[in-house]
Ligand binder design. Structure first.
Ligand code: IMP
Ligand code: MG
Length: 178
């Protein structure tokens, strides 16, 4: 798989250090709250697994699955819920855990949907952020790294369901998807 990667942007160690920092902030900010982490499948699994280990306060977790991409590298702009929450989040302090924010379309939809479930608060934590690509304004409370406009894989991020298992984040070579 390494031969399909143009450049490694973040090593496993750099990612781990960054997740530690974010976990510390969250543990501090949510001390008096009723925190629930909601991971967006499947891209967030590695980030979620790393982050929950760094959170030192009681919290619960759930997952949602949505689709908007199919097998392409551009958002279709349509979002569909494939897996809903298991329990009520009414009155809880939701922290969405996402792998990457690109156009913002997916999270704008998820945010609106979760607000309708009447949480006490709703914030976003994303491992990666591509602010230049935004079509809808979405401001994450916690961001791991701001990244350039390139197609990235690894650490949960996929292209056509592959490369999620890479322990680092890299730029996928264009000839792989063009
Ligand atoms: P958005 O709706 O355009 O913000 O897209 C968000 C979703 O698109 C993320 O949760 C990812 O699953 C996927 N995505 C966006 N950019 C990339 C990328 O560079 N590599 C892999 N997946 C991406
Ligand atoms: Mg995703």
């Amino acid at each position: 798989m390494r031969e399909d990667i143009k450049e490694v942007l973040f090593t496993e160690e750099q990612i781990r250090d960054k997740i530690k920092e974010i976990g510390k902030k969250i543990s501090n900010d949510y001390r008096e709250k009723d925190l629930i982490l909601i991971g967006i499948l499947k891209g967030s699994v590695m980030f979620m697994a790393g982050l929950m280990k760094e959170i030192t306060i009681p919290c619960s977790m759930d997952f949602m699955a949505v689709s908007s991409y199919g097998n392409s590298t551009e958002s279709t702009g349509r979002v569909k819920i494939l897996k809903d929450l298991d329990f009520s989040v009414e009155g809880k302090d939701i922290l969405i855990v996402e792998d990457i924010i690109d156009s913002g379309i997916t999270l704008a939809y998820i945010k609106e949907y979760l607000y309708s479930r009447k949480p006490n608060s709703l914030e976003i934590s994303t491992l990666l952020n591509k602010p230049e690509r935004r079509k809808i304004n979405i401001e994450p409370k916690y961001t791991g790294f701001n990244v350039p406009d390139a197609f990235l894989v690894g650490y949960g991020l996929d292209f056509a369901e592959k490369y999620r298992n890479l322990p680092y984040i890299g730029i996928l070579k264009e000839e792989v998807y063009k």
